[in-house]
Design a protein around this ligand. Structure first.
Ligand code: SF4
Length: 190
């Protein structure tokens, strides 16, 4: 598989915020969002077998692993996720939802982007819908995703103060939504 990086940190976004998690960041993405904070994944990566990835994940103490990118579903994840499940890991996957591919997953976080509507089959599998808010317009579209997922959050792009205010007002008016921030950026960790 083409990997960008593997590191052990704290989950900084969404419902699972605060859980110590091993991040497996895959290389490549099919979209090019203006606000992307992981553009370094687009072309940069190295080859690693599923077995070597799992061995590196196992060298850390948490049983939570987050497969992210880039867009992880650019690659076939089944061999990796099957191995991780055999080893007893809880798997979270972060996706833009535009590519449908099966994979073992305990917590699918789907973050729709402006560029392309997610695939309905991915929306149906989502546990959590997370909208990155970079404008009032993005916020207005949030409600169109309410019928999918168990949890729904809005997240100000890059913790931007103006977007934070919009998101706080939004969740106060729509309490079935919650606020997500990028905790790792606030506390200065990876
Ligand atoms: S989908 Fe995610 S990784 Fe891909 S360009 Fe958009 S923000 Fe970046």
């Amino acid at each position: 598989m083409k990997i960008n990086e593997i590191f052990y940190s704290i989950q900084g976004e969404g419902v699972n915020t605060g859980i110590p998690t091993v991040f497996v960041r895959l290389a490549g993405c099919n979209l090019r969002c203006e606000f992307c904070d992981t553009t370094y994944t687009f072309d940069s990566g190295y080859e690693l077998s599923e077995l070597d990835i799992v061995n590196e994940v196992k060298s850390h103490t948490s049983k939570w692993v987050c497969i992210t990118g880039g867009e992880p579903f650019m690659q076939d994840l089944r061999a990796l996720t099957d191995r991780l499940k055999t080893e007893g890991f809880n798997i979270q996957i972060e996706t833009n939802g535009t590519i449908y591919r099966p994979a073992a997953c305990d917590w699918l976080v789907l973050s729709p982007k402006n560029e392309k509507k997610p695939d309905n089959r991915m929306l149906n599998k989502a546990n959590e819908i997370k909208i990155v808010v970079d404008s009032q317009d993005t916020l207005e579209k949030a409600s169109t995703f309410e019928k999918w997922g168990e949890y729904h959050s809005v997240q100000p792009v890059n913790n931007r103060e103006d977007m934070m205010e919009l998101c706080i007002n939004f969740v106060k008016a729509n309490p079935n939504w919650r606020l997500s921030t990028q905790l790792h950026k606030f506390i200065g960790i990876k």
